[in-house]
Design a protein around this ligand. Structure first.
Ligand code: BTN
Length: 253
């Protein structure tokens, strides 16, 4: 029988991703697969592409999970974690429009509710960090379109239960065959089929339609001339949603 992942609760830390990476370096024998660090508060929470992730103490789930993954699977982990978070949030908010925006932002009604940052430790291990807004009020959220579970009418659940649900969700997905996993991700990812604008880390922009994902999880975007670009990293704007609300790239900046 499978063991439940172990959860280490912390009152405050710099960043749960950093804390778990240090633990892995200094006490590797103390850690089992899917070991999870959970903080009430982070002082230097990290976001994607060098941004910050901030949340008032006790208002969100701030968790980092130690995930075993070979290099091929590791490139899919942002999407795998995104699917696990999307499943959890859809269950908490069954009446709402919950979307998974490539690679791994979860939005509710076009507003960001969850961000994910995967950081590789070695060829076998990756830290999957997840920030999920639970009980923030509008005033406690950043001035970019964001929301929380409670603002959307959902329950204010114990963050450790939510972290466990995501860790077990990732574990379940990693037991699928590569074909099943790819199809599960493609079914969940709302970006596919959308007209999008991509802001690449270089600062260049691409506009086109997101047509599919390659086996490593890169987003294939076809422009109006039929040229397809493979996007490994970048910020996506769903152009349909952008008419109603501009989704901030970083979320809790
Ligand atoms: C993003 O920019 O959307 C990713 C945000 C990831 C935030 C989480 S909070 C828990 C974990 N620890 C960190 O320092 N970052 C991640």
């Amino acid at each position: 029988m499978r063991k439940m992942p172990e959860v280490l609760p912390l009152q405050q830390t710099s960043s749960t991703n950093e804390y778990l990476a240090n633990l892995w370096l200094t006490k590797p024998d103390a850690l089992s697969p899917f070991f999870t660090v959970l903080a009430n508060e982070q002082t230097v929470g990290r976001g994607r592409l060098g941004r910050e992730w901030t949340a008032p103490a006790g208002t969100s789930m701030l968790a980092s999970i130690l995930v075993p993954a070979d290099p091929d699977t590791a490139s899919l982990l942002p999407l795998v974690a995104g699917v696990a978070a999307h499943t959890l949030i859809s269950n908490l908010l069954p009446q709402n429009d919950v979307q998974l925006k490539w690679p791994n932002d979860v939005l509710v009604g076009g507003r960001k509710i969850c961000g994910i940052l995967c950081e590789s430790l070695s060829e076998e291990w990756t830290v999957v960090g997840i920030g999920l807004n639970i009980s923030q009020t509008i005033d406690q959220l950043p001035p970019v379109p964001s929301t929380s579970i409670v603002l959307e009418g959902g329950p204010s659940l114990d963050p450790s239960l939510l972290a466990l649900a995501v860790a077990v969700g990732i574990q379940d997905l990693l037991e699928l065959s590569p074909e099943q996993l790819h199809s599960e991700i493609e079914q969940r990812c709302s970006t596919l089929g959308c007209p999008v604008e991509v802001l690449l880390p270089s600062g260049d922009r691409i506009t086109g339609t997101a047509i599919s994902l390659d086996p490593r999880g890169a987003l294939l975007v076809r422009d109006e001339f039929g040229t397809t670009t493979s996007v490994q990293a970048g910020d996506i704007t769903h152009l349909i949603l952008a008419e109603m609300t501009t989704v901030a790239p970083g979320g809790n900046l």
